[in-house]
Design a binder for this molecule. Sequence first.
Ligand code: Z57
Length: 799
Amino acid sequence: MQIDKEQFKKDLAEQIQKDYSQSIDTVSTGEIYQSLAKTIRYYISGDWIKCKDKVRDNLEKQVYYFSMEFMIGRLLKETLLKTGMLEDVTDVLKDFGFKLEDILESEREPGLGNGGLGRLAACFMDSCACLGIPGNGNGIRYNYGMFEQRFSDGNQVEWPDDWLRNKNPWEIRKENRKEVVKFGGTVRMDANLKPIHEGYEIIHAVPYDMPIIGNDDKTINTLRLWSAELILEDSELNSVEYSKLEAKKIEIQKITNVLYPDDSTDEGKLLRLKQEYFFVSAGLQSIMKDFKKLKLSISEFPNKVAVHINDTHPALCIPELIRILLDEEHLEWEEAIEITRATMSYTNHTIMQEALEKWPAHFLKNLLPRIYMILEELDRRFNDKYSSSLTEEQLRNTSIIRDGYVRMANLSVIMSHSTNGVAKLHTDLLKTEVMKDLNFLFPDRFNNKTNGISYRRWIESCNPTLSSLIDETIGKEWRKNPLELAKLNDYKDDSTMLDKIERVKNINKENFSDYMKQRYDFDIDPKSIYDVQIKRFHEYKRQFLNALHILYLYHKILREPDYKMQPVTFIFGGKAASSYYRAKKVIKFINSLAYHINTDPRVKGRIKIYLIPNYNVSLAERIIPATNISEQISTATKEASGTSNMKFMLNGAITLATLDGANIEIKDQVGDDNIMIFGLNKEEVLDYQSNHNYNASDIYQNDQDIKMVVDSLVNGFLPKLGYDGIDLYDSLLKENDRYYVLKDFHSYKEASAKLRCMYKDRKKWNKMSIINTANAGIFSSDETIKRYAKEIWNVNGDF
Ligand code: Z57
C-alpha cells in the first residue's frame, strides 16, 4: 500500500488525540502502539470490505478453519511488512521522536494458544491470505490467554495473562452479528416426531473480528473470535431478577474466560466441553446465516463452505451442522449426513492415547441433549451399516459411542470426507496403528499433509540479516516462492558466501546475547555454540534427556578438569501445563542444574545453561535466528510433526534429532551429512511397546556413566534440586522409563559430541547451515496450504 507520509502523520496524531485527548509528545509508547495499530487498521479497512464483497458477489467457496487456538503472535511488525508500510511508518515515528523498535516491544502478545497446534493455525491463516484463498479462522476470544510463566526457587509459577487489559486495537466487536447458543434443557418429540428442545439456558456469543492480511494487501480474510456475554433481550426484562444479574454475568463469562493451558492431554472438564460447543455452535450458525443470504439451494452448501476441524476440539461441528440442517432447514437424515460429510474435514495432531478426546456420554446428554440424540443416531447408523462386515474388535475400535464415552476422533473420521496426519510418519502410524480399522473402512479418506511454517514471520520478519543476505545472493523471488531458496545450493562451496553466512549468524547471536543481558541479566558468550530446545514441556519431548546429558557433561568436566571442549550454551524455553506434575519437576531440575553449573567456577567458559522464562512466539522470533543446534529429540513415534524443527532449519541451525515426525522429512531434504540423527527408530520403539521387553534397570545397573548421572538426581549432588529429583528418578526406574531416555542416552551423547566437534571446522559448519536453509522451501506453509486447498477443501486462490 502506497501511503502519503505527511497525511499518515496527521492521521496518527489525530488518532492519538481522539484516543487519549492528548498530544503525541505526552503519550507513552504503549499508547502510541494502540493508536498506530488503529490508524493502520483504518487504512486497510477499505481493502477488507472489498475482499468480503468480492467473495460474496462471486459466490466463492470459503474455508472456515475451526480451532480452539490461534497463536498469532504480535501483529504490528507483520502488518507493516505485508502492507509495505514498514519504512514509511518508521520514518513517521522517527519524526515524532520515537523508535519503531520500542513501539513494537510494547505490543502484548495475544496468548491464544498453547503450542504447535495453535501456532500452526496462525501460520495457515497467514498462508491462506497470502495465497488469495478465502479462508477464515473461527475460535474463542479468551479473556485470559496462556499464563505467564515465572520461576520461584526454580519452580514454575503461573501468572494470569491479562492480555486485553490495554485493549486489542486490531479487533472489531460485532454485536449485531451475535448468536444464541443453547445449553441444557430437555428434548421431547412432538406429534410429528419433530424434536422440541425446552428449558435450556441461552448464552450470547458476540464475535470480534480481526483482519488477516495477505501480501501486498491483495487479500484480507477474517479471524472471528467469539466471546460469551450476558445480553438481555427486551422480552426477558420482567423475568430476570436484578439482584442475581451480576452472578449470572460472571457465570456466563466463565465460558470464554481462560485458555486451557494443557497441551496434548485430555482435560475432561465440563467447562472445556462448554467452550468447545460454544464456539462451534456460534460459528456454524453465523456461517449458515451468510450462506442463506446467497439464496442457493441448501444442497449447494458444501460447494460454498468447507469446515475444517483442527484436532477434535471442534468436532461438535458435525452434530451441530446436522442439527441445523434437520431442525432448522428441515432436511431428511440422509441428506443432512451427506451435506455434513461433504463439508467437514479433520486434522489429527497426535497419536498419544491420553490426548484423544473422549467425553462421558452423560456430560453430553445433560449439557447438549439434542446434540447427544444426534450422536446416538449417528452411532446407530454406523453400527447398522458396518456391524456385519467388521469383527467385534474392529467394531469396538471404530464406533462412536462405547462404554459410556463419546469418542471424538472416531466421530471425526466417520463423519468427514478427509482425515489427515501432519507428517508422513504420523500419517502412516494413523493408518497402520492408531486408526487401522477406520482406515480399513475408509482408506480413501486418509491423507498426509506435512505441516509448514509461515516464511513471512519465521525468516523475513524475524531474521532480516539473513533475509537480506539471501536477497543479495539469489534475488528476492524466494520471498514469493520459497522453493527458490534451492538456488542457495549453488553457493554451498563458495567461501565468500560461507563467510557471510557465518557473519550473519554471529550478528544474530550477538543481538540475542545483548537482549538476554538487558532483559534477564544473563551473560551468554556469543562465541559459544547456541544449543536450543524450545517447546512445551512434555515427557515425550524429552527435555529430561537433554538435561541429564548436560549433567553428564558437568560430571565429566569435574572428573577431567583439563577436558577440552567447544564452549556451549544450552538454552531451554517452554511452559508446563499447570497440572502436569512431572513436567514441572523437569523444569525444576533444569533450573537447579543451571544454578549449579552457571555458578561453578570449575566449568566456566565451557558450559552454561539457561531456561528462559515465559517462552512465547515473540521470544522464539529472537532465539531461532541465533541458534546453531536445534534439539528435536522426542521418542520416535511420539511427536506428530514438530514445527520448530522447520523454523530452525530455515534459519540455518543444524538439527540434532531422532527419526520422528517431520525430522525424517528434514533429513530427506538435507541428506544424512547435514543433520545429526540418533536413537531408537519407529520399528524399535513399536517393538519394545508390543513385546514389553524393555528394561531400564538393567541399563542403569550395567552402565557406570548412566548410573552416576541418574544417582545424582537423588544423592544431594545438586543441593538446589532437593527432593524434587525423586520423581524423575522414579520415572526411570520404578516406571521403567516410558520414553526410553536411558536407552537413547549414549547415542544422544555421542551425536551431540560429534556435532559440537564439527563446529570447529567452521567452513564445513557454514556449508551445512546453508544447505539447511536452501532445502527448507518445501516446509513453507504456503506449500502445505496449497495442498489443503486442492486436495481437501476444493477452493481456489491466486496460485
Ligand atoms: C499440539 O500442539 C499438538 C498436538 C496435540 O494433540 C495438541 Br492437543 C496440541 C502438536 C503436536 O504435538 C506437534 O507434533 C505438531 O507439530 C503440532 O501439533 C501441529 O500439528
